[in-house]
Design a protein around this ligand. Structure first.
Ligand code: URA
Length: 175
């Protein structure tokens, strides 16, 4: 079940234009989980259509991963004000919807540390966690979670592109 159209489970509901739910294939074995919608996603209601989305699209194409064949979503479905990171209580309020979206997945790529910490329930550094697949269970059977760079990180850190591209290639092997 997606959130109600007038969801106010957390403060993010007060400022949003759109609820940004997943895009792509609901039944795909692969999901990419970002942090939160930005301004363009809030306007369009579709995840990863702004600047970070363009970077992601380019790297997905290079990795041979078809956007239509995976599910793309975020930890929270409403844009945080000023594009700040979602807070723990906001991610907790939205977690039932994320978990519902991820049911039946075999491989989940966490794009950035917000998604990683939401999915794995602990703090970590990118250095320790990056591109290391971990077999886990979100309550619905075994699946692999891999943490990697958020596409926005590639803007300031060119080396992140190679790491994210490798992670997307790994995701493609689950299709
Ligand atoms: N950044 C994200 O984490 N998600 C989006 O949907 C857009 C930008």
């Amino acid at each position: 079940m997606p959130p109600e159209a007038d969801c106010r489970r957390c403060r993010l509901g007060e400022g949003r234009i759109s609820l940004v739910l997943f895009s792509g294939d609901r039944d795909s074995p692969v999901a990419l989980v970002g942090e939160a919608p930005g301004a363009q996603e809030d306007r369009s209601g579709v995840p990863f259509v702004g600047r970070a989305g363009k970077i992601l699209d380019g790297l997905m194409a290079e990795a041979g991963l078809d956007r239509k064949k995976v599910m793309i979503t975020n930890t929270v479905k409403c844009r945080p004000p000023g594009n700040r990171r979602p807070r723990p209580d906001e991610m907790a309020a939205c977690r039932p919807f994320l978990r519902e979206e991820l049911k039946g997945k075999r491989f989940v790529l966490a794009l950035g540390l917000s998604a990683a910490e939401d999915l794995l329930g602990r703090k970590m550094t990118m250095k320790e966690a990056c591109n290391r697949p971990a077999l886990t269970d979100l309550g619905d059977g075994a699946l692999t979670i891999m943490v990697t760079y958020h596409p926005s990180a590639c803007i300031y850190r060119p080396a992140a592109k190679d790491v994210l591209r490798d992670a997307l290639k790994e995701a493609s092997t689950y299709l």
